[in-house]
Design a protein. Structure first.
Ligand SMILES: NC(=[NH2+])NCCC[C@H](N)C(=O)O
Ligand SMILES: [Mn+2]
Ligand SMILES: [Mn+2]
Length: 361
């Protein structure tokens, strides 16, 4: 499908199996809910959508169906009908699991301990290109995953587009707010699991590199982000090697402890002050940042997490800056909870709506 395809209202009008009566409002008749002036989007009413069906960055099947359950719950329809966005990009979920298994069959043995390295590299390279195409048009790039390895593609695509769109600007390097129970900054060498969804930040910052043909050798400087423009929120399960990386590089991180001590309001104030008001922001939200009480259907749940309201607040605070250029929501796995994925999907829908300004007045 061409990247300029526009969604039809109502095609995703399903909630819990019931067909919702389609509100046939013309797409451009509503302004986006948020009236926040956008600093870095030339098409603030358009969203560049990428739906990534991929789970090869970790071992549990099911995360590849994340975009499907979110869109079946009506997320995209809500973004057009309720929030007034025109949706661009592709409304079909790309089956990257299938694409990569066809391409590599079982010829993807570990390299430096990384599992499925060729598959994850090839998939993230394609995602990077797709997301770049959206961000290059001055749209906010919204990506639904998929496991968190896909952020190697999303963040690199947005970073490259912003560099190109503002060639002369001093502040043309994006900041990344990584909301997660985990730091996902293992290098291949520090990782115990070998799962690449625990490594995206090390490849994005250049802490990890690879020249091996077909294994992240496509990542160039224009794809990378500065370690000084990275902020973590919600951490509570950080590996020993990762703690060392965070400490030695002076990386800004707000753990659950910090949120308990200062409250999410002060934490967001500090996070955004650290980033500054002249820097575009990419928000990469791992649903496991939320407490499993709110988001149980995820591959690596960790207790003691954010309430849904705290998660929504983070998204609102980012939306309120007018600096947001990219949003990811990842790690929703409908196969992982017996009672069903309903709670996790509702939480995911809420987070995305908040990141897109729905709850701002
Ligand atoms: N995106 C995630 N859920 N990552 C979990 C990573 C867990 C662990 N730190 C690892 O490297 O395997
Ligand atoms: Mn996580
Ligand atoms: Mn993660």
């Amino acid at each position: 499908m061409p990247s300029t395809s526009t969604y039809t209202n109502g095609t995703n009008g399903h909630t819990d199996g019931h067909v919702v009566p389609t509100k046939q409002a013309p797409q451009s008749s509503l302004p986006p809910t948020s009236s926040v002036p956008q600093k870095f989007l030339s098409n603030p009413k358009e969203l560049g959508i990428t739906l990534v069906g991929f789970s090869g960055g970790q071992a549990k099947p099911g995360t590849d169906a994340g975009p499907t359950v979110l869109t079946d719950a009506g997320l995209l329809t809500q973004l057009s009908d309720d929030l007034g966005y025109t949706l661009r990009g592709d409304d079909t979920v790309r089956d990257f699991n299938n694409l990569s298994s066809e391409r590599f069959k079982s010829n993807d043995p570990p390299v430096r301990g990384m599992k499925n390295p060729r598959s994850v590299s090839a998939v993230t390279e394609q995602i990077s290109e797709l997301v770049y195409t959206q961000a290059r048009e001055g749209r906010l790039a919204l990506t639904l995953g998929g496991d968190h390895s896909i952020a190697i593609g999303t963040v690199s695509g947005v970073a490259r587009a912003i560099r190109e769109r503002y060639p002369d600007r001093e502040h043309n390097k994006i900041a990344v707010i990584w909301v997660d129970a985990h730091a996902d900054i293992n290098t291949p060498e520090t990782s115990d699991s070998g799962n690449i969804h625990g490594m995206p930040v090390s490849f994005l910052t250049g802490l990890a590199t690879s020249n091996e043909p077909g294994i992240f050798d496509w990542l160039r400087d224009e794809h990378r982000i500065s370690i000084h423009k990275l902020v973590y929120i919600g951490l509570r399960d950080v590996d020993m090697g990762e703690k060392r990386i965070l400490r030695e590089n002076g990386i800004k991180a707000f753990s659950m402890h910090d949120i308990d001590r200062h409250g999410i309001g002060k934490v967001m104030d500090s996070a955004l002050e650290y980033i500054g008001s002249e820097t575009p922001i990419h928000l990469s939200f791992d649903v496991d940042a939320l407490d499993p009480m709110w988001a149980p259907s995820t591959g690596t749940p960790v207790r003691g997490g954010l309430t849904l309201r705290e998660g929504d607040f983070i998204c609102e605070a980012v939306a309120e800056t007018g600096q947001c250029v990219g949003v990811d929501l990842v790690e929703v796995n409908p196969q992982l909870v017996e009672g069903g994925v309903g709670d996790t999907v509702r939480a995911g829908v809420s987070l995305v709506r908040c990141a897109l300004g729905d709850t701002l007045l």
